[in-house]
Write a protein that binds this ligand. Structure first.
Ligand code: HEC
Ligand code: HEC
Length: 313
């Protein structure tokens, strides 16, 4: 990882630490811009200042800490350099960034991913195993109880069972042109590399991850939702570049999502020992790059020494 400039540290300082939970949305330009998503009409979760004193509030607070500083508060279960809040922005509060209040009221739910009804705790376990490239905390573990309590607290007053506006990442229509690696690389260099690094490995300062990695050994693994080019495109369109969500064209979002997800990353923990078979079983989608050949490399066949250091691009 490279050392970021002071300006970038300041931007990220606002994003990642100290500032009030909703400070980040203020970074978007104030002038009316039809491209920037209007999130004012969506469900509004309570501010962290409203967390009550006492044992219940302590558990809510712990959940928020786990969510924002996962490496510190859930260390044994984390296998990469990511935090929950890197993909669920504003500590899991931001609409169109898969907010926890919308998730909470939607579980238990059937999931195609594992063909059964999942409780909320099991859904949380999934993000540890795949997005965090780690281990699922056991049922009832304090880490899961805290995350569940925090999510339920955020959702107070929301209708149970509703599919609330702002849930997940808003799906994009199929792109006008087939997503393209070469075009995606240009978008990446122009709009992303400044923060996430030219090699996708992110940037750290003083031992803290300031800009999270997008591929390589410290990123989400091949089993994660973000490895789907459609999911990554949806997240990126709504939320990136940080503070400028909605400003990329749909085509640019698709192209850069394909570029990001065409790089090597940690193996899918469901790997059977054979990339082709693992693709058939778990990546049977036109939007998964797993098992596809890019630049002479079969994705999913392992991190090369170059990809380990993030140098593959
Ligand atoms: C690399 C990005 C990433 C990280 C890190 C991450 N998630 Fe997720 N999470 C996703 C994606 C992608 C989805 C699926 C959203 C969709 O398909 O719209 C998701 C979905 C979820 C859902 C279900 C949302 C819903 O509405 O159904 C929950 C709950 C969740 N994540 C919790 C967590 C927690 C807790 C952590 C940290 C331990 C975490 N996530 C870390 C990317 C991430
Ligand atoms: C101004 C700096 C900045 C720019 C520019 C930027 N990002 Fe990000 N990005 C961040 C930060 C910071 C986070 C974590 C957000 C948080 O924790 O609140 C993030 C999170 C992400 C994530 C989810 C976490 C992960 O590491 O997988 C993805 C994917 C992502 N960015 C992709 C992109 C893409 C693609 C672009 C270019 C279109 C881009 N970003 C431009 C700063 C930036």
């Amino acid at each position: 990882m490279r050392t970021p400039s002071l300006a970038l540290v300041l931007v990220a300082g606002i994003a990642l630490t100290g500032a009030p939970d909703s400070a980040r949305t203020d970074m978007a330009p104030k002038a009316p811009d039809p491209a920037i998503p209007d999130r004012s009409a969506t469900f509004q979760p309570p501010a962290k200042e409203a967390i009550p004193p006492g044992p219940y509030g302590d558990m809510v607070k712990l959940g928020r800490d786990v969510f924002r500083e996962t490496d510190k508060y859930a260390r044994p279960f984390v296998g990469n350099a990511l935090r929950c809040s890197n993909c669920h922005l504003d500590a899991g509060r931001l609409a169109d960034s898969s907010p926890m209040w919308a998730a909470w009221v939607a579980f238990p739910a059937y999931r195609d991913k594992n063909h059964h009804v999942n409780t909320f705790q099991e859904r949380l376990q999934g993000c540890f195993r795949f997005s965090m490239n780690g281990k699922a905390p056991p049922y009832g573990d304090k880490v899961l109880v805290a995350l569940e309590t925090y999510s339920a607290w955020l959702a107070q007053g929301a209708p149970v069972g509703a599919n609330l506006p702002g849930r997940g990442y808003p799906r994009l229509k199929d792109p006008p042109l087939q997503p393209d690696y070469a075009r995606g690389r240009i978008v990446y260099q122009q709009h992303c590399a400044l923060c996430h690094g030219p090699d996708g490995a992110g940037q750290s300062a003083g031992g803290q991850v300031v800009f999270p990695p997008l591929w390589g050994a410290n990123s989400y693994n091949w089993g994660a939702g973000m490895e789907g080019v459609n999911t990554a495109a949806a997240f990126i369109k709504a939320n990136m570049p940080l503070g400028l969500g909605g400003t990329l064209s749909d085509q640019d979002a698709w192209d850069v999502a394909l570029f990001v997800d065409s790089h090597e990353r940690p193996q899918d923990p469901r790997f059977t020992g054979d990339v082709g078979e693992t693709r058939r079983l778990f990546h049977n989608s036109r939007w998964s790059m797993y098992g596809q050949t890019v630049a002479g490399h079969v994705l999913g066949s392992g991190l090369t020494p170059a990809a380990q250091t993030g140098a593959q691009n």
